[in-house]
Design a protein around this ligand. Structure first.
Ligand code: E4P
Length: 217
């Protein structure tokens, strides 16, 4: 399973990258705005900086919602760096644009996916990644992990090559459950990734080992 970090914060990206386990980065307009990045030039430069830090797939989201605008924006984003993946919303024109990008050799991440039907459409259009938002589904009282399992079953049964990129991760347990449910990739903020490290018995055990090591002189 690949690990992406879901942020536009360069310090968090560098910290996750330094762990040596990072395979890529996803961003979205909210995450870019949170970092105070404004204007096309600044946005594009930020994507380029991320690409210089991490050698892996970097999702950059289009802002247009009609076919022509999505395609034009996506072409500009894809030209920024060979590792850019154009992130396209799961809407009718988005599906059409994903098919266009697929036919033209541009990688895509179909975002804002909340149902198996949407995941089937994304795969039919040839999306490189499909992003089910498990945290937002859980927040609304449904079961995000059940959707990951359902999509994984369908993709295996039908031989779809689109990779399941589990998004909207809220905690370390989500990452573990995604691994069990058959996600190909998780994209998570830094905290849940670091949460995987934590266990009180590890801390207690290390404390004791270090204490006993002192006796060894
Ligand atoms: C996916 O690529 C999105 O950037 C992200 O995972 C959304 O997460 P949120 O529900 O925490 O905003």
């Amino acid at each position: 399973m690949k690990f992406f970090i879901d942020t536009a914060n360069l310090d968090h990206i560098r910290e996750a990258h330094a762990l040596g386990i990072l395979d890529g980065v996803t961003t979205n307009p909210s995450l870019m705005a949170k970092e105070g990045i404004k204007g096309t030039e600044a946005i594009n430069n930020h994507y380029k900086t991320i690409c210089e830090i991490v050698d892996g797939d970097i999702s950059a989201e289009v802002l247009g919602t009609d076919f022509n605008t999505i395609v034009e924006e996506g072409k500009v984003l894809a030209a920024l760096h060979p590792n850019i993946v154009v992130k396209v919303p799961m809407i009718k024109d988005g599906v059409k644009a994903i098919k266009w990008f697929t036919d033209n050799g541009i990688k895509t991440n179909c975002t804002l996916v909340f149902s198996a039907g949407q995941a089937i459409l994304a795969a039919k259009a040839g999306a490189t990644y499909v992003s089910p938002f498990i945290g937002r589904i859980d927040d609304s009282g449904w079961d995000g992990m059940q959707l990951i399992s359902q999509i994984a079953n369908i993709y295996t049964l039908q031989g779809f090559e689109t990779q399941i990129l589990a998004a909207s991760i809220r905690n370390a347990n989500h990452i573990i459950q995604c691994a069990e449910a058959g996600a190909d990739v998780i994209t998570s903020p830094l905290e849940p990734i670091l949460g995987l490290l934590k266990h009180p018995l590890t801390d207690l055990g290390l404390e004791k080992f270090l204490e006993d090591a002192k006796k060894m002189g």
